[in-house]
Design a protein around this ligand. Structure first.
Ligand code: CAA
Length: 241
């Protein structure tokens, strides 16, 4: 296996688990990150996976970054749009900046990154685009009008692009994780997490990043060619989207 996989936000949280799982399958993996040099260095050292720094919100930086990855490793066959942020606030307190930052990263980031690899995938008649959405894009979450809108948008993007990629051997799918035990979720106020969120998860626990990584490995494989435009929910029965 010499296929190249690019994972955005691939050095921390769910992204780090995805990067490692793809490497274990034999992919050459590039993990991008936006800001945390220290975490990226530690991740690369420990996992033996190259990390690259650019923001998915910057179209030109995505172009330059993807070109660099392709020079280093070869053409990108698998793109995992995982980079995401939260700026939670009840809507009456949400600022235009909190709205824009989340839309720019969690939705426009998918346009920016996918646009960079799409022509190459079409030319080579093979590609796997896997977008990490969220249960909160499916059901909506109070305090997350920005995030829910972006993550719902990711699902619309997935469905539209799946139709465009179908004849070119490119599949486009979304995964909608529920609450996974990462820094992002652990940053939620402890009382909110215990009193309001955990009781809504029938399996009674947070998910593990590796449980999402396994979904990615499945959708990335050559054998998953008939699965496209779908959203794979992994949320402990919290919501049936
Ligand atoms: N539905 C309806 N009303 C709600 C509510 C809900 N789910 N949650 C809170 N409220 C109400 C509260 O009862 C309160 O009302 P009163 O003032 O009348 O008492 C009001 O909204 C304010 O609530 P808070 O005191 O919690 O407000 P806050 O400003 O301190 O905090 C918040 C707001 C930061 C959004 C906080 O409620 C919170 O963190 N909520 C959880 C949001 C969440 O689930 N984020 C997910 C992050 S992880 C992630 O995004 C990954 C993924 O994909 C799953």
């Amino acid at each position: 296996m010499d296929k190249v996989a690019l994972v955005t936000g691939g050095s921390r949280g769910i992204g780090a688990a995805i990067s490692k799982a793809l490497k274990a399958q034999g992919y050459q993996v590039a993990a991008t990150y936006a800001g945390n040099d220290e975490a990226a260095r530690a991740f690369s050292g420990e996992a033996g996976i190259r990390s690259y720094k650019w923001s998915v919100t910057d179209y030109d930086a995505c172009q330059t970054g993807v070109r660099q990855v392709e020079e280093d490793l070869g053409p990108v066959a698998v793109l995992v749009n995982n980079a995401g942020i939260t700026r939670d606030a009840m809507f009456h307190k949400m600022t235009p900046t909190q709205w824009k930052e989340v839309i720019d990263t969690n939705l426009t980031g998918l346009f920016n990154m996918t646009h960079c690899v799409w022509s190459g995938m079409r030319d080579r008649k093979f590609g796997r685009v896997i977008n990490i959405s969220s249960v909160n894009g499916q059901k909506g979450q109070a305090g997350q009008a920005n995030y829910s809108a972006a993550k719902a948008g990711d699902i619309g993007f997935t469905r539209a692009l799946a139709q465009e990629g179908a004849r070119a051997g490119i599949t486009v799918n979304a995964i909608a994780p529920g609450y996974i035990g990462t820094e992002m979720v652990r940053a939620i106020d402890e009382k909110v997490l215990t009193d309001r969120i955990l009781p809504q998860i029938p399996v009674g626990r947070l998910g593990e990043p590796e449980e999402i990584a396994r979904c990615v490995v499945f959708l990335a494989s050559d054998e998953s060619g008939f699965i496209t435009g779908s959203t794979l929910s992994a949320n402990g029965a919290q919501f049936f989207g």
